[in-house]
Ligand binder design. Structure first.
Ligand code: IMP
Length: 192
């Protein structure tokens, strides 16, 4: 079976290929020579994952999936959420995004937050959603150099280190993305 992943992110492709059964061949957007930008105009992670999966399904008619992730902070009513990549504006700047988030949280004690990943799977007969999340807290300052995005200011529940102080292996075992991919893979295993 062939399955298109509506992404060219090499890290995500590698992670998914390592977990998926060998009977399923994963193709990236580059593999299918799709070079256009897909506008992520949705108001939720679900919307954006669906926009990407539907766009690629409409073009190819083949089974495909897409993902969208973000950080949701309780004190900020779920912001930056779907705007995580560009919270501090264009162009996307991880350091500026974290600075703005820390500024907006100020000294509040309520630092509860969660990362979420939504995967939308689409084929000729169904459109399905798989959601993964990890809960944690926003720190008062940046710690660690690993990872990307908001990793230096997010400490998962039950841990004392931020994501950016963990190895990629440690983070990828517990991450929101891993959680959503695991659910997708359970479903795909049933399709084989
Ligand atoms: P994407 O949908 O996976 O590209 O994620 C959108 C944005 O959410 C990223 O640009 C990051 O700002 C943030 N984000 C998503 N996942 C993570 C993560 O694992 N660590 C830190 N930030 C993340």
């Amino acid at each position: 079976m062939k399955l298109i992943f509506a992404s060219n992110n090499q890290n995500k492709l590698r992670e998914i290929k390592a977990l998926i059964p060998p009977s399923i061949e994963i193709l990236s957007l580059e593999d299918i020579q799709y070079n256009q930008e897909i506008e992520e105009t949705g108001h939720t992670l679900e919307d954006n994952a669906a926009i990407k999966a539907r766009t690629i399904f409409d073009v190819t008619g083949e089974a495909c999936f897409a993902d969208d992730s973000g950080l949701l902070v309780d004190f900020l009513d779920g912001q930056p959420g779907v705007k995580s990549a560009r919270y501090a504006g264009e162009p996307s700047d991880n350091s500026a995004n974290m600075d703005l988030l820390l500024l907006n949280l100020g000294k509040t004690e309520n630092r509860n937050a969660k990362f979420q990943t939504v995967i939308c799977y689409k084929d000729a007969t169904q459109e399905l959603y798989f959601k993964g999340e990890i809960k944690g807290n926003i720190t008062h300052s940046k710690n660690g150099t690993q990872g990307f995005g908001y990793d230096p200011i997010f400490t998962p529940l039950g841990y004392s280190q931020t994501f950016a102080e963990m190895t990629a292996e440690e983070k990828n075992k517990i991450s929101h993305r891993k959680n959503a991919i695991t659910q997708l893979i359970l479903f795909l295993n049933g399709l084989k």
